[in-house]
Design a protein around this ligand. Structure first.
Ligand code: GLV
Ligand code: MN
Ligand code: MN
Ligand code: MN
Length: 400
């Protein structure tokens, strides 16, 4: 079965008629449907399927005679709101296709597929929640207290999704069973389009983090309140967002984005009493990121004061810049001699795992160069080339 036809089977799950594309948050009914699709494919291929205490789904191909730490691939099935159909699912479908290509070979090591929940953090705010729990990068107590936009805690959502919150947390034994992890992902920029190649080996992931800014002012009537003397947190937030944009523009290689903003109560004829907005900030040098955050905290304070408001800045997640394992990269480049090496500005579970085991990634060409948008694309032939490259890499690593 081709990668494209597998992705076609989930084409209606989580489709978002309002935003376009897909909205597939983690630990919910949509997530369960996607999970069941994956589990069905894995079981039909004779893989052993299990869902661990953190909600990660693992599928194992362990024919008799295989020993030693497994070679694991995989990705995620959740999406950002209104996201594309390839960011995550391409890696999962390619993993299944790679198993099909490897099935007839007698490999000495087991092969695994991992499907990580809530990679985008679009429901509970923390990106790569599943892999962070697995590695201990987030304490379960902190994770369980996270809330979604409806005010549901992660603890309640996880329990409703069939998990036991008391059992969540780091699982070093499971990590110790993995010899190497290779995630295949659609490219989220134009690198491969410009180079004219279908597949690349990843070199690095840009350091990135998320900060929630809450600005409090004075809620009031839009018609009876004079412009002078207002304490409007939305106006303060607008100045802050422009200042953050200017700061990032003035800092080589920095990227700052505010893509989510929630005024309270959110009425057309109401001066808001509060607004929350989220900053996504990225830079290759972790020291520069830290300095930028200090500057952001200062400018938020100064602007809030000037607008008669108060503001707080809270870190939601922070991931240092990752350089993928050099030895593994060398092995991937030997398996795929034509593939260029490319870095990425997007975050991945592979980046979280990289601190714990040899980790690498493959990128597959995205002709639009656009991601986190319905315009994200992967041609069928490139998806097949990606699966073949992944099978080649997994096979070589399993024999090494
Ligand atoms: C996830 O895709 C991210 O980089 O934000
Ligand atoms: Mn992704
Ligand atoms: Mn993404
Ligand atoms: Mn991602």
């Amino acid at each position: 079965m081709t990668v494209a036809s597998m992705l076609g089977e989930i084409g209606a799950i989580g489709a978002d008629a309002t935003r376009g594309g897909y909205s597939r948050p983690g630990y919910c009914a949509v997530d369960r449907e996607l999970r069941e699709w994956f589990e069905g494919h894995a079981i039909r291929r004779g893989l052993d399927v299990e869902r661990d205490a953190n909600g990660i789904v693992w599928a194992w191909w362990r024919p008799p005679g295989t020993t030693g730490p497994a070679i694991v691939t995989g990705s995620h099935l959740d999406s950002v709101p209104g996201g594309g159909g390839y960011d995550g699912p391409l890696g999962v479908a390619s993993a299944l296709a790679a198993i099909d290509l490897l099935k007839s070979m007698a490999l000495p090591r087991p092969i695994g597929i991992a499907v990580f929940p809530e990679e985008e953090g679009s429901r509970f705010g923390v990106a790569c929640l599943g892999s962070r729990l697995l590695t201990g990068a987030i304490a379960p107590e902190r994770a369980l207290a996270l809330k979604d936009a409806e005010g549901d805690t992660f603890a309640d959502a996880a329990a409703r999704d069939g998990l036991d919150p008391a059992r969540m947390g780091a699982d070093p034994a499971s990590l110790a069973g993995i010899g190497a992890f290779v995630e295949l992902h659609v490219e989220q920029g134009r690198g491969l389009v410009d180079l004219g190649h279908p597949v690349a080996v990843a070199s690095s992931i840009l350091g990135h983090g998320r900060w929630r800014v809450s600005v409090d002012g004075q809620g009031n009537h839009a018609g009876t309140t004079l412009m002078q003397g207002r304490r409007d947190p939305v106006v303060a937030a607008a100045s802050m967002i422009l200042a953050i944009r200017d700061l990032a523009r003035a800092t080589p290689d920095a990227r700052a984005t505010v893509g989510r903003l929630e005024p309270v109560p959110g009425g057309t004829n109401v001066i808001a009493s509060r607004v929350d907005f989220w900053i996504d900030l990225r830079h290759p040098d972790d020291l520069v990121t830290a300095a930028l955050v200090t500057r952001v905290r200062d400018l938020v304070d100064v602007i809030a004061l000037a607008e008669g408001c108060t503001a707080t800045v809270r870190e939601e997640s922070l991931s240092p810049t990752v350089d993928f394992d050099l030895g593994l990269r060398r092995q991937l480049r030997a398996a795929l001699p034509d593939a260029p090496e490319l870095g990425t500005g997007a975050g991945h579970d592979a980046g979280v795992l990289a601190g714990h085991l040899p980790t690498a990634m493959l990128f597959v060409r995205n002709p639009t160069g656009v991601s986190h948008s319905p315009e994200e694309l992967c041609e069928d032939a490139d998806a097949e080339a990606g699966a073949v490259a992944l099978a080649q890499v997994l096979g070589d690593l399993a024999r090494a």
